[in-house]
Design a protein around this ligand. Structure first.
Ligand code: SF4
Length: 312
């Protein structure tokens, strides 16, 4: 990105049960206001950029974020520098921060409720009020934001069809809050990822759903949203499956990755480069049964391959 990037803190105080970043970047460490201001001054002198982006997993959680912003505004008041906080939680963006400093153009606002039902919200421990989200969406549309993008995740432990319905309903309700403002629903893009159990998280032993079941749930959501202004897009279930196998792998995974690379796998995160069948061959040649790593609940008695890594 063509701008100054400054990490305001490392770690995240929240405890979403699926989130690996929230665990591996502990403890939460904040940079002081003084340090940040001096770094921004140096960056400005050395680069001449006219935008500074304050980054972290959740910048709004910095205990002195308001002071950082007002100090930056003071320091750069005659220089036309804009300040952006890309990782702000949507609620903070709408309720706590003056809109003009968070971004110059109010185009797309991002919300990450992850789930649609209160039951699932509690299961993943996501600290977000689904009711407040709708109010935020209303305020955002009223303040000139044109589009909202939503991030959801399916396949989480204990999810059932009512939770999928809740995802579709929440997205539709957010779309419909704009009716109160100008009589029309808003176009909403909703991206739906797949739960992949990750080491060191509270869900590290959970099973990932089989690929066919994930596809079935994706189809269900797509069909339920027909006729609305919500456009759902989905992560590739097969790519997520490979991610799960490698995430929970052990030393035998090395041979799989090496085999796959020898067979031409590169840049697999890009769908046009991803070849599921080659990965399956690579697992087979390494004598690895991928379901053993991805689709199986790991019992409490089982020693996990990553247990020797201290992250807590
Ligand atoms: S999902 Fe976001 S808010 Fe939740 S723990 Fe991870 S980084 Fe923090």
């Amino acid at each position: 990105h063509d701008r100054m990037q400054l990490e305001v803190m490392r770690g995240c105080r929240r405890r979403c049960r699926f989130c690996q970043a929230g665990v591996v970047y502990r403890p939460n460490r904040e940079r002081s206001v003084e340090k940040l201001i001096s770094l921004v001054k140096r960056l400005y002198e050395n680069t001449g950029y006219d935008e500074v982006s304050l980054i972290s997993l959740s910048s709004g959680d910095h205990s002195r974020i308001m002071q950082i912003i007002s100090s930056l505004k003071d320091v750069f008041k005659d220089k036309g520098i804009s300040i952006s906080l890309p990782s702000l939680r949507a609620e903070d963006l709408v309720t706590r921060f003056p809109l003009e400093i968070t971004t110059g153009r109010r185009t797309t606002l991002t919300f990450a409720p992850e789930v649609g039902s209160e039951k699932m919200r509690k299961i993943i421990n996501k600290d977000i009020s689904l009711k407040a989200l709708k109010e935020c969406a209303y305020q955002a549309f009223k303040n000139g934001w044109r589009r909202i993008k939503l991030y959801f995740m399916i396949g989480l432990p204990q999810e059932d069809h009512s939770d999928l319905d809740a995802i579709v309903n929440l997205a539709k309700e957010i779309s419909d809050v704009k009716i109160k403002i100008d009589g029309r629903s808003a176009k909403i893009n909703a991206s739906v990822s797949v739960f992949v159990p990750k080491p060191h998280t509270q869900f590290e032993r959970a099973a990932m759903l089989p690929i066919e079941e994930i596809k079935k749930r994706q189809r269900y959501i797509r069909e339920k949203s027909i006729g609305s202004k919500v456009k759902f897009s989905f992560h590739d279930a097969r790519m997520c499956y490979i991610e799960a196998v490698l995430s929970r792998g052990n030393r035998r995974s090395c041979a799989c990755i090496y085999n796959a690379w020898k067979m031409g796998c590169k840049f697999d995160g890009w769908s046009d480069h991803f070849n599921y069948d080659v990965w399956m061959t690579a697992f087979k040649e390494a004598g690895v049964e991928p379901d053993y790593y991805a689709s199986r609940e790991h019992g409490l008695e089982e020693v996990l391959p990553w247990e020797f890594i201290e992250v807590k």
